[in-house]
Structures are given as structure tokens and as C-alpha cells.
Ligand binder design. Structure first.
Ligand code: GLA
Length: 405
């Protein structure tokens, strides 16, 4: 072997080591290849969580048709535990809320063919001041795995003890991997430090903003709620290149069916979250759901946009102030389109197949994803859109192929 060979081999070995180091630092848990779908207790119930609520919600997820439509995770948010760790430093579920503990609830949820999610925080406490997981990552992750937890939402409250975001969220990623159980890892640092830059290597999804609230926008007079649907939407523009299968931007859980939202606003919220490849985590009371709300959450044409295997997040095509056009390329060559009327009074909104990125062709098929009807088009995509509402379409070049979604 001459000197050049030696240098060549040494360089090769160094590159392999560098690649292994990068791989060790990347999330590769094979989960959430499409955005996770499920339910979470926080938006409707806050600290009022219990085994009874979680089990009744799992029942309702099945009975309502949501499970058949793709919803899988039943997630318990904050306040499920006691204020102090137990004698061995372990987290203790509140016996008044979860009399048989978490594992019994996990068994129940699994028995329905669903999966269970739990909440903790990457600090000394959770946001509601229960013990956090910072410094206890290995012990807590092993506990979650033993209980049969399938999804962890990991919040950002409490003292961070001088550690960076990356250190704190990586510690739990590694602890979950070490536990040996497949657990979807949902990072909730509220978009503070541009998580779309660092979180794809650490978690399956990451919040991009502060908390959502059930109102259209802060332009409305009631200021009880700081961030409405449109305020969150405005913070998603420009993020479309940062997500991919297994790693999703999370504009927060759904408020469909909650608070001040009208049916049109609920449809708009659901359409836009699907176009953004958002996790579809319902936040309403599934046990008492009006038919209209159930129909929105189980709209399969819209869900198919969110769950497209290509996982290309939608982007804002045009911003005319009160009206906007958003589009998302689908893996079968079609394009999903949302025409949004942010303001008051019905307004005609129009775009073209070309403007949403499609090649020129003789004709197109335009499917209305809320009316579930196909129409032929020369490329014009237009609708009269009511106050605070959207029209949503999926556009195929030529005639729509039989059996296509
Ligand atoms: C934070 C999170 C919310 C919710 C609460 C629970 O505010 O962003 O989604 O989990 O904590 O206390």
C-alpha cells in the first residue's frame, strides 16, 4: 500500500465515522410517516383529565367513525400525575383521576385498536406545575414504555437548569430510543427557537407557535384569547420546505368544534391544517359531538390531503390581503388548493392550474372536497367563498383516473 492509499483509507474511515455520528444524532424511529391523527385532552378539558374521560373518548373515537377515518392516538395532556415524585423518584399518576394507573388505561385504549399518548415537560415542572422530566429522562421514558405509552408530547415549562433546547429535547429522544418501545415524539417548545431548523433530527413533530385558541383571529373584539386560527396560519407561511415524512411542523391541536368557531370557520381550520400536513389531533369533546362537527373531522377527501404519502407541505401561493390562495402538491400529480376568505362578506376568489404549479394541458378535473363533486375545467379554479370560510379543491390534469382519491 503506498502513501496515497493510506491517506485514502484514512479519509474513508474518518468519513464513515462522521456519517455514523450524524446518524446517531438523527431521529430514525420509523414513526409518523404521515402526520399523526388522534385526540388530546387539553383544548377542551385542561386539567380535568381522568381514566373515565380517556376511555369514553376512545369509545367515541370508534363509534363516531373517527377511527375508521384514520384517528389513532388518544392523548392525555397535563395534570395526570401527583405533585410529587414517589419514593424511588418515579412519576405517580393521580389515583383520584387514574385509580388503576396509566397501564390500565393503555390496555383499554389498545383493546379498541387505538394508541395512548401522555404528556411531560423538558424542565423541572410541567406548565400546570407538576414534576417535569428534566434530569429524569431515562427513568421516565422507561416508565412510559412499561405502561404501554405510544406517543409523548414533551412541553417546555419549568426551569431548564441552563440546558439548551437541543440538549433537553435530545436527552428525551435518546431515552425514548433506549426504552425500546416505539413512541411518537412530539416536541412542544412553542416555536421559540425556530424548531424547524433543529427539531427534524430530534422529534417526529414540533410546535411552531404559542398555544392555539378557539377563535378566528385577534381582529375580533373579544381579547380573552391571544391567538386565533388566522394568527397561527400566518406563522406557517415559509415553513413548507422544513417538514418531511416522519418530521412535521405542528401548528397546534385542532379547535374544530370548540369555542367561538362557526361551521364555516371549523371547515376552514380543518382544510388549512390538512393542507399544511399538520398533525390532526382533535381537541373537542368527542363524547358529545354535533353531527356537523363529526362530519368535518371525518371528511375523507380532506384527510387524504393531509395523509398523502409524499408529505409535501402546502404553501401560500398568493396573498391579496382579505383573500389568500394556498396549494399543496400531491404525490399522484394532483394539487390540493384552498381559497381562503379571511374577511366579512362573500367574495369571488379565483386561481388557475398554472398558478398552483401545474403544467399546461388540455383540461383538468376539479374536485370540490367539501361538496364531494367533480367538474371539468379549462384550468380556472374559482368559487364564491362566504365570510370566514374556504373552498377546497383537488385538481388533476386531464380526466380523473378511476378509483383515484
Ligand atoms: C402548554 C402547551 C399546551 C398544553 C399546556 C398544558 O401551554 O403549549 O399545549 O400542553 O401547556 O399545561
Amino acid at each position: 500500500m503506498n502513501a496515497w492509499h493510506k491517506v485514502f483509507l484514512a479519509t474513508l474511515a474518518a468519513s464513515a465515522a462522521a456519517l455514523a455520528a450524524i446518524a446517531a444524532n438523527a431521529l430514525d424511529n420509523g414513526l409518523a410517516r404521515t402526520p399523526p391523527m388522534g385526540w388530546n385532552s387539553w383544548n377542551s378539558f385542561h386539567c380535568e383529565v381522568s381514566a373515565a374521560l380517556v376511555e369514553a373518548t376512545a369509545d367515541a373515537m370508534v363509534a363516531s367513525g373517527m377511527k375508521d377515518a384514520g384517528y389513532t392516538y388518544v392523548n392525555i395532556d397535563d395534570c395526570w400525575l401527583l405533585r410529587q415524585r414517589g419514593p424511588h423518584g418515579e412519576l405517580v399518576p393521580d389515583p383520584a383521576k387514574f385509580p388503576q394507573g396509566i397501564q390500565a388505561v393503555a390496555d383499554y385504549v389498545h383493546g379498541k385498536g387505538l394508541k395512548l399518548g401522555l404528556y411531560e415537560s423538558a424542565g423541572t415542572t410541567t406548565c400546570a406545575d407538576y414534576p417535569g422530566s428534566l434530569g429524569h429522562e431515562r427513568q421516565d421514558a422507561e416508565q412510559f414504555a412499561r405502561w404501554g405509552v405510544d406517543y409523548l408530547k414533551y412541553d417546555n415549562c419549568g426551569d431548564h437548569q441552563g440546558r439548551t433546547y437541543v440538549q433537553r429535547y435530545t436527552a428525551m429522544r435518546d431515552a425514548l430510543a433506549y426504552s425500546g418501545r416505539s413512541i411518537v415524539y412530539s416536541i412542544c417548545e412553542w416555536g421559540n427557537e425556530a424548531p424547524w431548523r433543529w427539531a427534524p433530527a430530534i422529534g417526529n413533530l414540533w410546535r411552531t407557535t404559542q398555544d392555539i385558541t378557539p377563535r378566528w383571529s385577534t381582529d375580533q373584539p373579544d381579547n380573552r384569547y391571544p391567538q386565533g386560527i388566522l394568527d397561527i396560519l400566518d406563522q406557517q407561511a415559509g415553513l413548507s420546505g422544513t417538514s418531511h415524512p416522519g418530521a412535521w411542523n405542528d401548528p397546534d391541536m385542532l379547535e374544530v368544534g370548540n369555542g367561538y368557531l362557526t361551521d364555516d370557520e371549523n371547515r376552514a381550520h380543518f382544510s388549512l391544517w390538512a393542507l399544511l400536513n399538520a398533525p390532526l389531533i382533535a381537541g373537542n369533546d368527542l363524547r358529545h359531538m354535533p353531527d356537523e362537527v363529526r362530519g368535518i373531522l371525518t371528511n375523507r377527501d380532506v384527510i387524504a390531503v393531509d395523509q398523502d404519502w409524499g408529505g409535501r407541505q402546502g404553501y401560500k401561493v398568493r396573498d391579496d390581503g382579505a383573500t389568500e390562495v394556498w396549494a399543496k402538491p400531491m404525490s399522484d400529480g394532483s394539487v390540493a388548493v384552498v381559497l381562503l376568505n379571511r374577511g366579512r362578506g362573500p367574495v369571488e376568489i379565483a386561481t388557475t392550474a398554472q398558478e398552483v404549479g401545474m403544467k399546461a394541458t388540455d383540461g383538468y378535473t376539479v374536485r370540490d372536497l367539501w361538496k364531494h363533486a367533480d367538474a371539468a375545467s379549462d384550468g380556472r379554479i374559482a368559487a364564491s367563498v362566504p365570510t370566514h370560510a374556504v373552498a377546497m379543491f383537488r385538481v388533476w390534469p386531464g380526466a380523473r383516473r378511476a378509483g383515484g382519491q
